[in-house]
Design a protein around this ligand. Structure first.
Ligand code: GRF
Length: 206
């Protein structure tokens, strides 16, 4: 059975969706470890409630990024990580980690990439930008992580209609529901070996 490491920084509702889908038998994998960049991330509590080992690993506790990344890689290896899932993780992964796990790291983003993504577009800022621009359709994207920010090949996307009277709360709620559907589906395809990356495109094998 493949082993996942899930990296978080916040509430962990996407992590919860993975836990629920694994326990329901929809994903043929186990979560070996949950690592948070924030000590107070409620996602840590969610993992602990399901007996999943958790760690808080913060950049600020290390003299430099190299030291931080070495600790992170060591932890990933310690838990025999096959795939890494970024579920609201706010740090940018080092190229060492990305090179160590080629096409084995995926991320969920709360917009239809390539819109409203990249440096500085995370969490509620994404939805605020969507509302400010006045687009009629937003959505969620699950993609492979490469050395850019939100630039890796796209695995799954699903649209969410933007209503005139939406605010970031109402919009983010509907997008999050779609994230909770797409991320488990993408992880299931990933661990089953059904995702084939061909340049920028991802072929999904039936
Ligand atoms: C989600 O909106 C995700 O798209 C973004 O960060 C948020 C994480 O939410 N990357 P949660 O911690 O999974 O509830």
């Amino acid at each position: 059975m493949k082993t996942l490491a899930v990296l978080i920084s916040g509430g962990g509702s996407n992590l919860q969706a993975l836990i629920d889908n694994i326990e329901a038998g929809n994903i043929n994998a186990q979560i070996g470890v949950v690592i948070s960049s924030r000590k107070d991330a409620y996602g840590l509590v969610r993992a602990q409630k399901h007996g999943i080992p958790t760690y808080y690993i913060s950049k600020k506790d290390y003299k430099d990024m190299d030291a931080f990344n070495r600790v992170l890689i060591k932890k990933l290896e310690e838990y025999n990580t096959d795939f890494i899932v970024l579920a609201g993780y706010l740090n940018i992964l080092s190229s060492d980690i990305i090179k160590k796990y080629p096409n084995r790291i995926i991320n969920v983003h709360p917009s239809l990439i390539p819109s409203f993504c990249g440096k500085g577009y995370y969490g509620m800022r994404v939805h605020q930008s969507v509302l400010d621009y006045g687009v009629k359709i937003s959505g969620a994207t699950v993609h492979f992580v490469d050395e850019g920010t939100d630039t890796g090949p796209i695995i799954l996307q699903k649209p969410v209609e933007v209503y005139y009277d939406d605010d970031v709360e109402s919009l983010s709620k509907r997008v999050l529901e779609v994230e909770h559907e797409l991320l488990p589906k993408a992880v299931s395809l990933l661990v089953e070996g059904k995702l084939v990356v061909e340049g920028r495109k991802v072929k999904i094998l039936e």
